[in-house]
Write a protein that binds this ligand. Structure first.
Ligand code: PMP
Length: 365
């Protein structure tokens, strides 16, 4: 075989070469998983039943997302043309950014926030403009409004936000959409079920509003990769041009209707998390660990300079938590997902043990 001169093999675009690598710290997660804000139990038994009945013959076909999009849209009170199913919300973000962001555009982000916004934006030719929250980590409404420029093309807001757990109000989101009519407002409602407030009913009424939802959190289907993007019909058609027609696989599509139908399961899981969150927050308060109020299925705590060792000791005690210290404004912080009451009692036990080793204030009880 003729030898190929390696120096002439093409490299990727300069923007891709400049991208940061992102490796989620997965691997060896067989203990209590309080590190990725997943459902910590299982999906609905009705979903498992459907999974078990998927035939080998049905897997020979390409997946057809439209009928399932119609079901989800009806469930959300939307028209099918306003909704696209995606391979997790990550794909929704990727596709939306790819469809709208070009050179000289700005992506406006309040930070700290979900890491993937910046990662996907960095693959485009747009630039990222960040607005830092104050120490209270509350949604920086005034500063975000002040940062809107004629170049702002997308404003991405996780609501509730991760890792802070804080939320923007409906009135604030509406005001932002109105103040940036030349931009797209993406409201990422990944943690909606633990918060209960939404702007998805405004799809179509607010002409520049998109809402994303995931099935990875409350529904417990992170492994299936299922999310959705809802938006105005005339903008969704551009999204559909970029979206791969088969990115949502048949197993995910088959599982979606039973997941939506089993509201009792969802209510149980969300109810369990909310009670567990209150109990765990009380445990944190008891030992004097500073935390921020949370509207989601996790809580951000301030551990201080020992954050790495804290995370390591918690893991050694059988509880995985996520060091968020490198997030902007989160120095010394760790994020702890909320599971069931029983799991959070186990987590509280690991916390006391860890604190006693670290001899942090409050220490073991
Ligand atoms: N948005 C936010 C705010 C998230 O925290 C996450 C996941 N951690 C996602 C989107 C990604 O969700 P999915 O699993 O549907 O890609």
């Amino acid at each position: 075989m003729a030898e190929i001169e390696t120096s002439i093999i093409p490299g990727p675009r300069a923007r891709v070469q400049a991208m940061k690598e992102y490796h989620p710290p997965l691997g060896c997660r067989d203990t209590l998983r309080l590190d990725f804000n997943e459902n910590t139990v299982a999906c609905s038994p009705k979903v498992r039943e459907v999974l078990g009945s998927v035939s080998a013959a049905s897997l020979t076909r390409y997946p057809e997302r439209e009928p399932v999009e119609a079901i989800v849209a009806a469930h959300l009170g939307l028209q099918a043309v306003q909704v696209a199913l995606t391979n997790g919300v990550d794909e929704a973000i990727h596709v939306l950014f790819g469809a709208f962001l070009e050179e000289d555009d700005e992506l406006l982000l309040p930070v700290p926030t979900y890491t993937m916004y910046e990662i996907y934006a960095s693959a485009t030719d747009a630039c990222v403009v960040t607005v830092q929250t104050a120490d209270d980590l509350k949604f920086p409404f005034d500063r975000l409004i002040a940062a809107i420029t004629p170049r702002t093309k997308i404003i991405a807001i996780a609501n509730p936000n991760s890792p802070s757990g804080s939320a923007a109000t409906r009135a604030q989101l509406l005001e932002i959409a109105a103040r940036a009519p030349h931009a797209v407002l993406l409201v990422d409602e990944a943690y909606f079920h633990f918060y209960g407030e939404t702007v998805i009913d405004l799809i179509g009424t607010v002409p520049n509003l998109f809402v994303a939802r995931t099935f990875s959190k409350a529904y417990g289907l992170a492994g299936l990769r299922l999310g959705l993007l809802a938006g105005p019909v005339d903008l969704m058609r551009w999204v559909r041009r970029v979206l791969s027609p088969y990115s949502v696989n048949s197993l995910a599509l088959a599982c979606l209707p039973p997941a939506l139908e089993d509201e009792a399961y969802l209510d149980w899981y969300v109810g369990e998390v909310l009670v567990a969150r209150a109990e765990f927050e009380a445990a944190l308060d008891n030992v004097g660990i500073h935390r921020w109020p949370s509207k989601a299925n996790f809580v951000l705590v301030e551990i201080g300079p020992e954050h790495k060792e804290f995370t390591r000791l918690m893991s050694a005690a059988g509880v995985l938590v996520r060091d968020r210290s490198s997030d902007p404004g989160c120095d010394g912080c760790v994020r702890i997902t909320i599971g069931t009451r029983e799991q959070m009692r186990q987590a509280a036990g690991a916390l006391y043990e860890t604190l006693s080793v670290l001899k942090l204030k409050g220490g073991a009880q």
